[in-house]
Write a protein that binds this ligand. Structure first.
Ligand code: ZN
Length: 157
């Protein structure tokens, strides 16, 4: 294992053991669950947003280290951002994880996502990393459709 691989592994474990923005948001604009049956990852995502900004976000993760770390880093990348930015970050991360050629460049603000790039070597774990992001994406779709009152669930297939 190279030194950088070792560093990335440590970053993932740090987020796994000390996940950022864990918990619940009372009166969240959107509450949405995400499930990855392949691994058994389960998350509940809460966020507050108006039509422009995602002001606050919390996540309750019950999953593997990659799932929990990915969700933790995600909250740090999107909290306080404009919805436009949030969508862009989601696209960047999903492109990085799903593209065959790996030339996705990460800006300085998204540097922390770099540690998840190595997960691509283990295809079965990619969904673990993507679950929080796909769940957020579905939550944003519900926000823009105006159907914010009913609960929803995103399931990885
Ligand atoms: Zn998992």
């Amino acid at each position: 294992m190279s030194l950088t691989d070792e560093l990335y592994r440590e970053t993932i474990l740090d987020h796994y053991h000390h996940p950022r923005n864990q918990g619940e948001l009372n009166n969240a604009t959107i509450k949405i669950e995400g499930v990855n049956p392949l691994c058994g990852d389960e998350i509940t995502l809460y966020f507050n947003a108006d039509d422009k900004t995602l002001s606050d976000v919390k996540i309750n993760s019950h999953g593997c280290s990659i799932n929990t770390a990915s969700g933790s880093i995600m909250t740090e990348c999107v909290k306080g951002q404009s919805l436009e930015n949030v969508k862009e970050v989601i696209n960047t991360f999903k492109t990085m994880m799903l593209s065959k050629e790996d030339n996705t460049e990460l800006s300085e603000e998204l540097e922390e996502l770099e540690c998840l790039r190595g997960v691509k070597k283990y295809p079965v774990r990619i969904k673990c990393a993507l679950l929080p992001w796909n769940t957020l994406q579905q939550g944003l779709e519900r926000l823009s459709s105006g159907k914010t009152d009913n609960q929803d669930q995103y399931v990885e297939k």
